[in-house]
Write a protein that binds this ligand. Structure first.
Ligand code: ADP
Length: 187
């Protein structure tokens, strides 16, 4: 099963991805995690992405697409995968489609986790406090920017998928377990 998890920062994509990878024995591909790992390892890619990420802006599509193409060609994807935090622009979605066609891979469902903006802000502020702000981009100015960018650049990607009839929208304001259950019911 190949899935895309879609939603604003703080929607709970990471949490639900963990649930789904255990349930279906598939892997999670989080472009945010891959980028943070590049930053930690101080690779050229990481060094060029760090400031962009700290501002909450989007890393250029070319960089993201080369990460994704490399990752999707690894054999551990054969059993299924969840894309988390990608695609985040219409262009990324179009480029992804080309890669998938080339490798003859189908996406089964796109799961949108929908959460009101006020709740997102509360959640991420709490996450920043609880984790002693281990993520440089979990602070209020940057968070507002991440949410604005989500609305402007990322939400339009939903139209692309709703045309394909694969889009499911889940109420992400329920409890974690309830969201998981809703997702399972919809698959
Ligand atoms: P969030 O929790 O805000 O959804 P992620 O962990 O997915 O954040 O990503 C953190 C940061 O990494 C983003 O704010 C952005 O700078 C960068 N990033 C991650 N995925 C992408 C992507 N698909 N396209 C562009 N930038 C990305």
């Amino acid at each position: 099963m190949n899935l895309i998890l879609f939603g604003p920062p703080g929607a709970g994509k990471g949490t639900q991805a963990k649930f789904l990878i255990n349930k279906f024995n598939i892997i999670q591909i989080s472009t945010g995690d891959i980028l943070r790992e590049e930053v930690r390892s101080k690779t050229d890619l990481g060094l060029s992405a760090k400031n962009i990420m700290d501002r909450g802006d989007l890393v250029p599509d070319e960089i993201i697409m080369s990460i994704i193409e490399k990752r999707l060609s690894k054999p551990d994807c054969n059993n299924g995968f969840i894309l988390d935090g990608f695609p985040r622009t219409l262009n990324q979605a179009i480029e992804l489609d080309k890669i998938l066609k080339k490798h003859q891979i189908d996406i089964d469902k796109i799961i949108e986790i929908d959460v009101e903006e006020e709740i997102l802000i509360q959640r991420i502020t709490t996450r920043a406090l609880e984790t002693n702000n281990s993520r440089d981009d979990d602070n209020s100015n940057v968070l507002k920017n991440r949410i604005e960018i989500y609305k402007k650049d990322t939400k339009p990607v939903l139209n692309f998928y709703s045309n394909m009839d694969k889009l499911i929208t889940i109420n992400g304001m329920l409890s974690i377990d309830e969201v998981s259950e809703e997702i399972l019911n919809s698959l």
